[in-house]
Structures are given as structure tokens and as C-alpha cells.
Design a protein around this ligand. Structure first.
Ligand code: ZN
Length: 415
């Protein structure tokens, strides 16, 4: 599907030296440099389009936007892919409740999402692909697993025989906890006949009225995790120009609530299909809470980006407010945080609006150093704010243009 409009990236001065970007890898639990292969392939799990973009989504996509921007600014090519889960139970439930076609609801919500991403100046993915678009490739992967004997059938459904051919020895939780979490995040551990409670569903028979697709193994629709294997991997067209037999991508990202089971199962399936690791780096963004609880539909405490901007709040202030917390930290959204974002933005506008400002070479280096260290945006913004404070009374030495282009390019702050 169409991505949102490209965001112009002003060039940064060649003299700026970017250290390697290091990010916390949730798999080995250390901060380490991201892979140096070209292009850098980054896959971020996208939305299920049944409601507008809330600040939890915005914080996640902002985190990976910073990765995208940093690598691009240092001269690397980023192949960024994002999916849209346009076939999912919550989408069908919402469409039924509201009496609209699921496909129409999905399309409307994706339009809103694109507008929110564009207003937040998130760089668009090179490939923005929905499950319905990727269906032939999803079916191909399930066929491949069936042919390798790594699956079993349960009525009209097909499961991965994970305990027999993969393993569940590296679960991020105890077996019991994993089963409990699996049940709350789309899994069906208690279904009778499963070989192991955690075995992920690859294909299911569609219930009455739900969309279904024909395949050599029956008509139905895909399970959740296999869609991300299919979309993250290169398309046949992309593979045409590459004979490396390299399946692994460089980074898989998403909110920390996707770590298990979604990313775990995608990685397991990826290993079973290709014999290679699915992603070198697994990166997870923290959750945003509001009024003391994680933002969620069921609690009704969602703060929508579009609602904030429709009241005149500058999307750049929202960007700054989210960056005042570290991307991996679960954090609280509040009017106070937004106020801090607005006030930093106002100071920035005042300084960048001058004819000449004090020398900013060292603050640029400081900001880069903080970002290279696992995207430490709170420290980077602190450095920037210190400079702005001193700039209000300091010597007028340089034109602010280079600083303005740097902040736009690397932090996405167009002021
Ligand atoms: Zn995913």
C-alpha cells in the first residue's frame, strides 16, 4: 500500500563525524553496535488499523524514526519496511460493532495513521505492506513449513510443531509465565490437541462471514506471526538483484509488548524456515501510560495524536515531549511533559530565529554522542537545552543554519 509522503531531509555538514550507532539488543540484553551491512534492513511491526494513532504508537514509531534518521545522516542506506495487520480479530469485531466493512474500516484507519505519521515527521517506510497484499508470500512460507514436516493440522488449522522441530528452551520467561502471557496476547495455549501449548498458529479456518483465502492446504487466513516473516523478508523482486542467500534482517523493532510471543515466534519460525537467525538486533520501545496506567483501549485512557494536534498543539512539541524520556523506558504522559516539550520548542525557535548565535560545534558533537549510545534522547535534549540557555546571552558567532539543518535531519525537529 502507499506509504505516507516523504519527509525532506536537509543535508548535514560533511565535517560532522558520526560514531557507530549502538542499541540495546533485547535478545542478548546488551547495548551493541548495529550491523554494518548495506543496506541496513529495518523491519518495524505496524498497526492493526481499527483505531487512531495514540501516543504509545507515536512513541514506538518515533524511536525507530530516530534510528532511521541517525543512520541516514551518517551516510548509510536504510531499507525500512513496516506492515499493517489488516486481518485480525479486533478489526473484525470493531467492524461488526460499527456495521462497516472490515476492509473499509482498515483503509480509513490507515489513512489517519499516515496523516499522523506525516504530521510527526516520521520518515516513511520504503515498503509499507498489508497482510492482504502479502498473502501469496505468506501462503508460500506455510507451504514450505508443511513440506518440511514441521507442522501439524488440527481441524482446519495448521500449527508449527515448535517443541519438536524448534525448541522453547530460550523463552524469556518461565514456561508457566510464558503460557499465561501467550493466552493474553493472541495465543491459544489451552486448545485441545495441540502438541505444545505454545505452538503458534500458522493458518486458521475462517469463521462465518470472515474473509478467507484459498491455499493448497485449505481455505482460511494466516496466524499473526507468520505475516511478519513474509513481509520482513525480501520480496521475489527484491531478491532478484541479490544472490547472497542471506535471509536475516538487521533489526526487528516494535513495542516491548511484542517481545513475547510475537517477536519470539517470528524468530522461531524464521529459524525453522531459513535455518538462519531472523534478525541480528531486536529492539523494543517502552510503553506510554496515562493517568497511572498503560494506554490501552480497554481502559479508555488513550491520548490520540490527531486529537492533540486538532487543538493546536504543535506536533514538534509532541516529538520533543516523547524524546524527553528514553525510548526503552515505560513512561507517563502528562500535561507537564507536554508543557516541557512546548517550552523547549519555543526556546529553540527563539535561538534559531536569530541572525547569529554562539558556536554550536561542540553541542552537535555532544548530541551525536548521546544518540549513538542507545538513543539517549533525554541526555541529548538536555545538552541542547543547556546550549539554548547560554545562546540567549552568548556571543553572536555563527549563522544558525547548520544547527537548524542538523536538528531537523537527526532529531526530526523542523522549527
Ligand atoms: Zn510483527
Amino acid at each position: 500500500m502507499l506509504s505516507w509522503p516523504a519527509v525532506a531531509l536537509p543535508p548535514v555538514t560533511k565535517e560532522i563525524k558520526f560514531p557507530e550507532l549502538s542499541l540495546f539488543n533485547s535478545y542478548c540484553k546488551v547495548i551493541e553496535p548495529v550491523p554494518s551491512r548495506e543496506p541496513f534492513t529495518m523491519y518495524v511491526c505496524g498497526i492493526t488499523p481499527y483505531d487512531a494513532t495514540h501516543l504509545g504508537h507515536a512513541a514506538t514509531y518515533l524511536s525507530f524514526d530516530l534510528v532511521h534518521r541517525y543512520l541516514t545522516a551518517m551516510g548509510r542506506e536504510v531499507h525500512f519496511i513496516e506492515n499493517v495487520t489488516d486481518i485480525d480479530d479486533p478489526l473484525f469485531e470493531r467492524a461488526n460493532r460499527d456495521g462497516v466493512a472490515w476492509s473499509q474500516l482498515g483503509q480509513d484507519q490507515v489513512d489517519l495513521f499516515r496523516a499522523d505519521m506525516a504530521s510527526m515527521r516520521i520518515l516513511p517506510p520504503k515498503r509499507f505492506e498489508s497482510v492482504t497484499e502479502a498473502m501469496p508470500r505468506i501462503i508460500m512460507l506455510v507451504e514450505r513449513l508443511i513440506e518440511s514436516g514441521m507442522t501439524y493440522q488440527l481441524e482446519g488449522s495448521i500449527y508449527l510443531d515448535g517443541s519438536r522441530f524448534g525448541d522453547y528452551n530460550d523463552l524469556p520467561f518461565s514456561n508457566t509465565e510464558a503460557i499465561e502471557i501467550f493466552a493474553t496476547r493472541g495465543g491459544d495455549p489451552m486448545r485441545e490437541g495441540k502438541h505444545h501449548p505454545l505452538d503458534p498458529l500458522l493458518w486458521r479456518e475462517s469463521s462465518n462471514g470472515e474473509p478467507s483465502w484459498q491455499s493448497s492446504f485449505g481455505s482460511g487466513r494466516p496466524g499473526w506471526h507468520i505475516e511478519c516473516n513474509a513481509i520482513a523478508w525480501r520480496t521475489p523482486q527484491e531478491l532478484d538483484s541479490d544472490t547472497s542467500n542471506e535471509w536475516s534482517i538487521d533489526l526487528q523493532g516494535g513495542g516491548s509488548d511484542l517481545l513475547f510471543p510475537h517477536h519470539y515466534m517470528t524468530a522461531l519460525q524464521g529459524r525453522m524456515i531459513s535455518g538462519q537467525i531472523f534478525a541480528h538486533h531486536f529492539v523494543h520501545a517502552g510503553m506510554i501510560s496515562y493517568q497511572g496506567a498503560k494506554m490501552s483501549k480497554s481502559l479508555g485512557n488513550l491520548v490520540f495524536v490527531s486529537r492533540l494536534t486538532s487543538t493546536g498543539i504543535d506536533p514538534m512539541a509532541i516529538r520533543i515531549a516523547l524524546m524527553l524520556g528514553h525510548y526503552r523506558t515505560d513512561r507517563e504522559w502528562s500535561d507537564e511533559i507536554l508543557g516541557r516539550g512546548e517550552s523547549l520548542l519555543a526556546r529553540l525557535r527563539t535561538v534559531l530565529g536569530r541572525q547569529a548565535v554562539p558556536n554550536y560545534r561542540s553541542v552537535i558533537d555532544e548530541i551525536i554522542t548521546e544518540l549513538a549510545n542507545d538513543l539517549d534522547t533525554p541526555a541529548a535534549l538536555h545538552r541542547l537545552d543547556k546550549y539554548l540557555e547560554s545562546a540567549l546571552t552568548g556571543d553572536e558567532e555563527m549563522n544558525p543554519g547548520e544547527l537548524s539543518r542538523f536538528l531537523d535531519s537527526v532529531l526530526g525537529l523542523a522549527v
